[in-house]
Structures are given as C-alpha cells and as structure tokens.
Design a protein around this ligand. Structure first.
Ligand code: AMP
Ligand code: TRP
Length: 328
C-alpha cells in the first residue's frame, strides 16, 4: 500500500479551511493507504509560543484528529516530539541541505520579516519537515499549496543524499489538492481562511457553536449584485459560501447554487449545512475530551509504531554517512 504522511502544527483551533483542505482528505485516505498523521509540536517552537499552552493544544489537536474520524486502527497518529528519530534525522539532513536553498524558502522570508530576531529553528524548519517525511519512506504527502516549496526541498535533499551516499531515502511525491479545496476568509474572500486572519469573524472553527456559525455566515461579505452564481473571479464572497455549502453537502458549487434565489437563502443553507456537518464532530470531541487518558494511550501506541520505522531509517542513514553503527 502506498504510504502517506502529513503533519499539522498544534497551534490555533481547527477551522473549515483545515477541515476541507486537509482533515477530510486524510480521513478518506486512511482506508486505502498506509497513512501517518503527525502533530508537529517541534515546528511550533520555531516562533514565539506559550509553553503553558503547548501540551494542551497538542492534546486538543489529537482529540480533533479522532473526532473528525481518523481511526487509529486504520492509520498511525502521533506527536512529532515523541519520536526522537525525527530530530536525529534532521541533523543528518541539515548537513546535506545548503544554506542557500534554505534562504530561498518563501515561508522563512515571510515569517522572518519584521522580526527583531529569528531563531535558527525557523531557518531549518523545512529540514525538520523533510525528516518527518523521509523517516517513513513516504510515497505521497498531502499538503496545501503553501507547502509545495518545502516538499520540493525534501525531494531535493533526498535526491542529493542518495547521490552522495547511496540509495537511502525514498523520494516523496507531493499531493496538492485541486483549487476547489481552497476555503477563503468570510470577511476578506480574496485571502484564504487562516488562523493568522485579521478578524475572528472571517473564520469558522469546527468547535464553534451553532449560533456563532450562523452569525459568522450571516455577516460574510458578498457583493451588490443579487444573483447566486459560482464565479470566484467576480463574486469571491458568494463563491466561497457556495464552496462551503457544496463541500458540506458533497455537491459541486454549481449544483449547490441551484434553487437559491437570493443571498439570504444561500447564507441560511450554508449555515445549516455546516452546523449539521460539525454536529457529530463536536459530539465526539466532547466525549473524547471527557477522558483524555484514552487519547494519550492512542498517541503512545502511534509513537511506538512510528519510532520503530523511523529508527530503521535513522540507522540506515547513519550507516550511509559512515557513523560507527550502534552495536546495541
Ligand atoms: P495551517 O493551518 O496553515 O497549518 O494548515 C494546515 C493544513 O490545512 C494544511 O494542509 C493546509 O493546506 C490546510 N489549509 C489551511 N488553510 C486552508 C484553507 N483556507 N483552505 C484549504 N486548506 C487549508
Ligand atoms: N509545515 C507544514 C505546515 O505548516 C506542517 C508539516 C510539518 C508537515 N511536517 C510535515 C506537513 C510533514 C506534511 C508533512 O502545514
């Protein structure tokens, strides 16, 4: 079976962009691939973070993994920092990656912009990501378009390492969803829905209560023309609502538009569909939150399985670069 791996940082709540752009695909991937999903807590340390919150948000993300339908008997769920081999492998890869190529990463340039001080970790962030991927002989990496450059780097590092030291790593393929999966900000529909958005009104979180969802959809930006039509270029707000309605009801946006006579009915239908869609997720999230020991136990199992595979890769890479093999 094809091996798939993806990761998400444990910061901020999970919003509809994450759900439609990532989680929902992961849930369907888990049954016909050998899937690994990782909460990348070490990546969250590359910028300012609150040490008092990180463990809690990591556990919340794991709870959300389970609530949306990731099934630990069908896929491997784990926390990055629980598998030390990721950081061991990062070092071997850092000595293969070049300063120049890391300097060209647009995310590093964006995140570093205007900061007084930038951590070395922010600079080498993509190498840790490459280690996450290469540690598991990953075939395919489902990520958003913004991660394309990082994935290209992971491929280049693998190819260079293999060229220098002999065939060691599988070269992964990106799996970037088609444009349709992009969910936009409700207040600023030309920017994508993102946790770094200017207004909380622009995002819907999976854990928002029905009244909040309704309010946010009601206030969503549309346009002055009355027609409900899917046309992202000239009607970005209306098209985004149609994308959401379509995604929540498994239709195409054009089909979702049928029978909707005005923006009021579009908003009503979209809100209703999203509320119905998140209801079972929220219920399951609540049940799981009542006993976090079960979530912790599942994460321990996941880390155990992941570290066996990652350990074999680290040893293989260590042998390739000529480290004295461990005899223990
Ligand atoms: P982030 O929240 O940016 O760390 O992204 C986590 C995952 O959610 C990645 O796979 C992103 O591609 C996906 N994602 C984030 N925002 C959106 C969005 N607005 N539309 C579609 N996918 C998104
Ligand atoms: N950098 C990715 C993001 O911000 C998260 C990530 C870390 C990741 N390691 C990964 C994604 C490995 C895919 C595979 O979205």
């Amino acid at each position: 079976m094809k091996r798939v791996l993806s990761g998400i940082q444990p910061t901020g709540g999970v919003h509809l962009g994450n759900y439609f752009g990532a989680f929902r695909n992961w849930v369907s991937d888990q049954h016909d691939t050998d899937a690994f999903f990782c909460i990348v807590d070490l990546h969250a340390l590359t910028v300012d973070h609150d040490p008092a919150q990180l463990a809690r948000t990591t556990l919340e993300m794991a709870t959300m993994f389970l609530a949306v339908g990731l099934d630990p008997s069908a896929c491997t769920l784990f926390v990055q920092s629980h598998v030390l081999q990721h950081t061991a492998l990062t070092w071997l890869l850092e000595c293969t990656a070049s300063f120049g190529e890391l300097s060209r990463m647009t995310q590093f340039k964006d995140k570093g912009k205007g900061r007084e001080s930038v951590s070395a970790g922010l600079f080498t962030y993509p190498v840790l990501m490459a280690a996450d991927i290469l540690a598991y002989d990953t075939d395919s990496v489902p990520v958003g378009h913004d991660q394309k450059q990082h994935l290209e780097l992971a491929r280049n590092i693998a190819i260079r390492f293999n060229g220098r030291y002999g065939d060691t790593f599988k070269v992964p393929q990106p799996d970037i969803p088609k444009v349709g999966a992009r969910i936009m900000d409700l207040q600023d529909p030309t920017s994508k829905m993102s946790k770094s958005s200017k207004s909380e009104q622009g995002l819907i979180y999976l854990l928002d209560d029905p009244a909040t969802i309704e309010k946010k959809i009601k206030r969503a930006v549309t346009d002055a023309e009355p027609e409900v039509r899917f046309d992202p270029e000239s009607k970005p707000g209306v098209s985004n609502l149609l994308t959401l309605l379509a995604a929540a009801t498994d239709k195409t946006p054009d089909d979702a538009a049928k029978g909707l006579v005005n923006y009021g009915s579009l908003k009503h239908s979209a809100a209703e569909a999203i509320i119905e869609m998140v209801r079972p997720i929220q219920e399951r999230y609540r049940q799981l939150s009542a006993d976090t020991s079960e979530v912790s136990r599942l994460l321990a199992n996941g880390a155990q399985k992941a570290s066996e595979i990652a350990e074999a890769t680290v040893r293989r890479a260590g042998d390739a670069v000529g480290l004295l093999p461990k005899s223990f």
